[in-house]
Design a protein around this ligand. Structure first.
Ligand SMILES: [Zn+2]
Length: 265
């Protein structure tokens, strides 16, 4: 694998800090996080973005019969882990994180927020072109478990529609917003929208609390083991600064960072 240099890390850190100074932080995924509540979307209805005819449609969701509907981790018997990202925030940070992963030969899973795709439609293809999984993280990233059935359904299908327009697929995974697990209603709505599984996680990196890169690295490397599904976020500079050291240590331990699809296949 290609080792990431100290210069790369400094560059990544600088980029992240500049973006934070510009107020580019995102909301966290957890129900009790400190991030500001999201503002109502003022996004107009997106224009149609059909997948260009030269590009194959993106992978569609798969059912893994041996797995529960709500997935928190993969098999404990194989040295593989899945790094999964809340897909929102400044695309500069997103590109830095994807680049760091690819330099280390890692593949990740990106759960994209629908309005983020409206603002940065090129990011959908960027994720797929890197060999990563792309999934649905609702349209507005609100407290989906607390919504009415109609509103929760609109949050799921709204993001699915955008993914379909941009890539030809609704994405391979659904993760609820502002909740670790989906409520029974949200689980049912996700199934109805075409997602056989809900992707939860068993390791919270806590990067959304901005504890410093060293703390993010310690948290992930202290808990990670075979089959772990790690929750991380685009939009936070600590994650950019921590990722090279995390990937280097995973490589040293023989733990491969793979897409969630590969983790379960
Ligand atoms: Zn989230």
């Amino acid at each position: 694998m290609v080792r990431v240099t100290t210069t790369d890390r400094r560059t990544a850190l600088r980029t992240g800090v500049a973006l934070v100074a510009a107020g580019a932080l995102t909301a966290d995924c957890t129900p009790h996080g400190a991030a500001a509540p999201p503002t109502p979307s003022t996004h107009p209805a997106p224009a149609a973005h059909p997948a260009p005819a030269t590009q194959l449609p993106a992978p569609v969701p798969r059912r893994f019969p041996a797995q529960p509907v709500q997935l928190t981790h993969g098999p404990r018997t194989r040295p593989r882990v899945a790094l999964t990202f809340h897909g929102q925030g400044d695309p500069g940070i997103a590109r830095s994180l994807l680049g760091e992963a690819e330099r280390a030969g890692a593949h990740v899973t990106v759960l994209a927020v629908g309005t983020w795709l409206d603002d940065h439609p090129d990011m959908a293809r960027r994720v797929l072109d890197g060999g990563h999984d792309l999934g649905n993280h609702t349209l507005h990233h609100l407290d989906i478990n607390g919504m009415s059935e109609a509103d929760a359904q609109a949050e799921i299908t709204g993001c699915a529609d955008r993914l379909r327009r941009l890539t030809g697929s609704i994405g391979t995974w659904f993760r609820p917003s502002r909740a670790i697990r989906a409520s029974p209603l949200v689980e049912r709505l996700a199934n109805r929208a075409g997602y056989p599984h809900v992707l939860s996680y068993d390791l919270d990196s806590l990067d959304h609390t901005s504890p410093g890169a060293a703390a993010v690295t310690r948290q992930v490397l202290g808990e990670i083991r075979n089959g772990s599904v790690v929750s991380l976020h685009f939009g936070f500079p600590d994650t950019v600064a921590a990722l090279p050291a995390v990937l280097e240590e995973l490589d040293r331990r023989g733990l491969r960072a793979v897409t969630t699809t590969e983790l379960l296949s």
